[in-house]
Write a protein that binds this ligand. Structure first.
Ligand SMILES: Cc1ncc(COP(=O)(O)O)c(C=O)c1O
Length: 297
């Protein structure tokens, strides 16, 4: 390593969208230009193409796209008629959108705990206590009937715009390869760090696309680790620093009888490392070595 690199290490992106952009290159420019050409910005042909390709990808009969992950969550609750008087069990160790949509439809979130090794909802913590596709298509256009001027239910404006669909069609083409690449990155992290930190586990018979790669360290070590990595140009993230049952808007909602101790503990222990499909081995080795050094120190 040259001495300058030691003093001034190149910053590493947490997620390298630019690498994916370089790979897709003109395909994205052409896809956007096609939409600019035909001007069907609302529910244009790319939206239908993307939905057909997503359905095939998942082996599902229908895929209904919408404008955001939050819209996807709320529309499913609306389509199922979930509302006042209903309780919906959700993990406490997650992003606020998960519980927010339950409250928005007038139902009550019941916070369950997660498993410490996989971060997934712990079934033991769940209290004892397609027509669907058509409904979703209606919900995303203000609850439309034959057209949007016939209203058959309360809905929202949750359409995925054509421009984004055009870009997503191109990204979907390389998605299977990216999943494999992300899984390779996760395996290399786990091999390189398992003796120093608690590495994540994937339940038998399941697979992960590794939205985040998250290790667990002793609470006292986490700030020091994050600072040491930052000094070397290595970003980290905390997913999630405060479990939802501790957050102001949710404090008055029930928690599973068995409590949410694992969620509380994880909020103090977790730290996520750079994770994307284009993380090359040399850069990843730099990250692994920096984590090992900081945890030894
Ligand atoms: C677990 C989870 N659910 C839902 C969402 C909401 O997705 P969107 O920002 O597309 O509405 C997020 C966003 O980060 C998330 O992390």
């Amino acid at each position: 390593m040259n001495p300058r690199a030691r003093l001034d290490p190149a910053p590493i992106p947490f997620i390298d969208l630019a690498a994916q952009r370089r790979r897709l290159g003109r395909a994205i420019d052409d896809a956007i230009a096609r939409v600019l050409g035909h001007c069907q910005f609302i529910l244009g042909p790319e939206v239908r193409t993307l939905e057909a390709e997503l359905a095939a990808f998942c082996g599902a009969r229908h895929a209904v796209s919408c404008a955001s992950g939050t819209d996807a969550l709320v529309m499913v609750l609306m389509a199922k008629g979930v509302g006042p008087g209903d309780a919906v069990v959700c993990p406490s160790f997650t992003f606020t959108a998960t519980a927010e949509v339950i409250v928005l439809v007038g139902a009550t979130p019941v916070f369950a705990d997660v498993e410490a090794n996989s971060f997934n909802l712990d079934p033991a913590s769940v209290p004892a206590a397609c027509a669907m596709a058509l409904t979703l298509r209606s919900l995303r256009v203000h609850g439309e009937g034959r057209d949007k001027y016939e209203s058959v239910r309360i809905g929202l404006n949750g359409r995925l715009d054509t421009m984004q669909a055009a870009v997503l069609i191109e990204k979907l083409k390389i998605f299977p390869e990216e999943i494999v690449a992300r899984q390779r990155v996760a395996q290399r992290y786990s091999r390189g760090l398992a003796d120093m930190a608690r590495v994540p586990e994937v339940a038998h018979g399941s697979s992960s696309v590794w939205a985040q790669y998250t290790i667990r360290v002793a609470p006292g070590q986490r700030d020091r680790l994050a600072a040491a990595l930052k000094a070397q140009g290595i970003p980290t993230g905390i997913y999630y620093p405060i479990p939802l049952h501790r957050q102001a808007p949710y404090r008055h909602f029930p928690v599973a009888e068995t409590g949410a101790d694992v969620s509380d503990r994880l909020a103090d222990e977790v730290i996520s490392l750079p994770m994307h499909a284009y993380l090359d081995e040399a850069t990843q080795d730099r990250i692994i070595e920096a984590v090992r050094q900081a945890l030894r120190g």
